[in-house]
Design a protein around this ligand. Structure first.
Ligand code: DX5
Ligand code: ZN
Length: 218
């Protein structure tokens, strides 16, 4: 039976001067989630937006808020992201000394637990905690910037992770983040991806709603 994949447009590529309009476009589109990229200039070499901006997005968004924290020591802000409406809270494996504790805190705040892996981080490292994770975000570019090109090795990581999840009988979702376009969407889904994040491909296209529909029907 085919799993229907979800589309999570990344607002990093949206028009920040017209965020309400962009939120309304996503509400009306076939997008499933809003993907929100938080960068601290430490974990990644870029700064994006933070808690107050997500608070405003939350007032307009009618869909799941998928918050991707590219920040050091994310434990410091878990409660605050909950308070501005985060539904899925994803931390980076590489940014958490005590990942298990971080995942417990996210669950205690009643959010879905996400863990993101940089392109160089093997999926096998998640084996001991996989049953405590609702979503694994496989970075298919080096985190920090939108508009980069897709790293081909990602397909192997998706297949390996799909096997690990299925072998354990878990329902952990696999999300792909970075360089997603119509030229890799179908192949990623076939390899076992559940959620496709797309920033530039959606927001820089002539008709973002039509592009979301295309990805949804990939
Ligand atoms: C990269 C971010 C991505 C980014 C994807 O660090 O985590 O979510 O917005 O953008 P595109 O789809 O343009 O690669
Ligand atoms: Zn992201």
């Amino acid at each position: 039976m085919e799993r229907k994949h979800l589309i999570a447009p990344s607002l990093l590529a949206a028009d920040f001067a017209n965020l309400q309009k962009e939120c309304e476009m996503l509400n009306a589109s076939e997008a499933d989630w809003f993907h929100l990229d938080v960068m601290d200039g430490m974990f990644v070499p870029n700064i994006s937006f933070g808690i107050p901006v997500i608070d405003f997005i939350n007032r307009h968004a009618t869909k799941t808020l998928d918050v991707h924290l590219m920040i050091e020591q994310p434990d410091r802000y878990i409660k605050q992201f909950k308070s501005v409406g985060a539904d899925v809270l994803t931390v980076h494996y590489e940014a958490c000394k005590h990942l298990h504790r971080t995942l417990q805190t996210i669950k205690a705040e009643d959010m879905q637990r996400g863990v993101a892996l940089n392109p160089h981080t093997p999926v096998s490292l998640l084996e001991p905690v996989l049953h405590d994770i609702d979503l694994v975000c496989l970075m298919s570019v080096n985190p920090g910037f939108g508009g980069q090109s897709f790293i081909e090795h990602t397909y192997d990581k998706v297949s390996e992770l799909r096997q690990m999840i299925d072998a354990k009988g878990l329902s952990t979702k696999i999300e792909i983040d970075g360089g997603v376009t119509m030229s890799n969407a179908r192949k990623l889904i076939d390899a076992g991806a559940d959620v496709l994040v797309a920033g530039s491909f959606v927001f820089k296209s002539a008709d973002p709603m039509a592009t979301i529909k295309e990805l949804k029907n990939a």
